[in-house]
Design a binder for this molecule. Structure first.
Ligand code: GLN
Length: 446
């Protein structure tokens, strides 16, 4: 039925870069046989799952939606893929994204522009736009995305579904093509909180292949909204101020009132560093990206220019032709902030700021159990509306980047619609490793 649905709507939504139907049907048959034999199966056995195209899948193209990797077939699986395969997922295919996960609208893909299933003239959000749109359009039940500065939560919000950015270090990044290694996390999308909790349970945990993955007890996560009474909710005033759409504010505030009616204690808090968070995010992420993307040189992977005169010319032509404008912009910005004479003024300052914002969150969590904000300052915007103005596009990430800078978990859950009928998302942020609390509170809305 998933493949029928893909047939029906994919021409309009364009969420997939590759559909792996034959492999999926074979796998589904295998799971059926296991079930018939009475074998014990995992909760995700036989469940159709789509994968963002920056997560390595052995033998299946992994392009990062870039011309640079148009022909890259990884010889290995990312750890999350190995984990899901060992639990018998049925992979439906690879999903569209902004090139190398840089963007907020999915329009930076080299291959196609994914549309928002709620309104085909609008963007699905980004960078994991394909992962969000496919779930929202019924083209798959669950999907994986990656979140460096909001790329799971923001498209989840625009597409009216649930998306989790897990605590930094709780999901292995081995086999995730790196954008900004100190911020990147893989996480799940689903149509309800319980599905997201189930997929998160299946991918989290320590991995020997990722030195930043954390050793701790990872329970099987559920979504049980038991008792909200006494739950302390902080509303940071900086996230409800200027630049945030009035209808978004209204929907989020109304959703918080519901929690208050159920017995939660709501108080206003302040996270004063928020105002500088976007600048710090774009400095840190671009610096790391400029280093991570140095490996795409025409020698080791994917694209190589056709004619060249010597090695340096080959590097230059390959990178000029292989990367899109946004990726080049980040590489230039990152190289600039890391260069001698500018390092102290930009990169070092941004890293100091990272410490400050983490401390502000730590302080805030002494007085509240969770923090609630809008996920994005607006709802899905029109295709093409922000492409010519990168700074306007960057501003879409204002509510999400602080969470990555501080390494915290956050979930986006739908909380109503605006007057155009487009979904509004609410972000619930917790202290490190409090995913269970986030699932419980988010499921209050279901
Ligand atoms: N929109 C942000 C950026 O372009 C976030 C991307 C992400 O989380 N991968 O960097």
């Amino acid at each position: 039925s998933v493949f029928d649905r893909i047939e029906e709507v994919e021409g309009k939504v364009e969420a997939y870069l590759a559909v792996t139907k034959e492999e999926a049907l074979n796998k589904a048959k295998e799971v059926d046989e296991k079930r018939a034999k009475g074998e014990a199966l995992s909760p995700i056995a036989g469940v159709p799952i789509g994968i963002k195209d920056n997560i390595c899948t052995k033998g299946v193209l992994t392009t990062c939606a870039s011309k640079m990797l148009y022909s890259f077939v990884p010889p290995y699986n990312a750890t999350v893929i190995d984990k899901l395969c060992s639990q018998d997922m049925v992979m439906t295919g690879k999903l569209n994204m902004d090139e190398f996960a840089m963007g907020s609208s999915c329009e930076n893909s080299y291959f196609k522009k994914t549309k928002n299933p709620h309104n085909l003239s609008c963007v699905p959000g980004g960078s994991s736009g394909g992962s969000a749109a496919a779930v929202a359009a019924g083209e798959v039940f669950l999907s994986l995305g990656s979140d460096t500065g909001g790329s799971i939560r923001m498209p989840a919000s625009y597409c009216g579904i649930v998306g989790l950015k897990p605590t930094y270090g709780s999901v292995s990044r081995y086999g995730l093509v790196a954008f900004a290694s100190s911020l990147d996390q893989i996480g799940p999308f689903g149509r309800c909180v319980e599905d997201v909790a189930m997929l998160y349970s299946a991918i989290c945990g320590r991995d020997e292949n990722d030195a930043t993955s954390v050793i701790c007890k990872y329970p099987r996560f559920t979504a049980n909204c038991t008792d909200i009474r006494g739950l302390r909710i902080g509303l940071p005033k900086e996230y409800f101020g200027e630049g945030v759409d009035a209808e978004v504010k209204k929907a989020v505030t109304a959703a918080v009132s519901e929690l208050e009616k159920a017995g939660a204690v709501v108080k206003q808090i302040s996270l004063p560093s928020t105002d500088n968070a976007l600048s710090a995010y774009y400095i840190i992420s671009s610096a790391e990206a400029s280093s991570n993307l140095a490996r795409f040189d025409g020698v080791k992977y994917g694209y190589r220019t056709e004619s060249f005169d010597g090695l340096i010319d080959m590097y230059e032509k390959t990178r000029s032709e292989g990367f899109g404008d946004e990726v080049k912009r980040r590489i230039m910005l990152g190289t600039f902030v890391l260069s001698s004479g500018y390092y102290d003024a930009y990169y070092k300052k941004a890293k100091l700021f990272q410490k400050r914002i983490s401390l502000e969150f730590e302080e805030a969590f002494k007085g509240c159990d969770i923090i609630i904000t809008p996920t994005a300052p607006d709802t899905a915007f029109k295709l093409g509306e922000k492409v010519s103005d990168p700074v306007k596009m960057y501003a879409s990430d204002i509510c999400t980047v602080t969470v990555n800078i501080a390494g915290l978990p956050a979930i986006s859950v739908p909380c109503g619609k605006d007057s155009k009928g487009l979904p509004v998302g609410m972000q619930i942020i917790g202290a490190k490793f409090t995913e269970q609390k986030l699932f419980d509170v988010a499921s209050f809305y279901e």
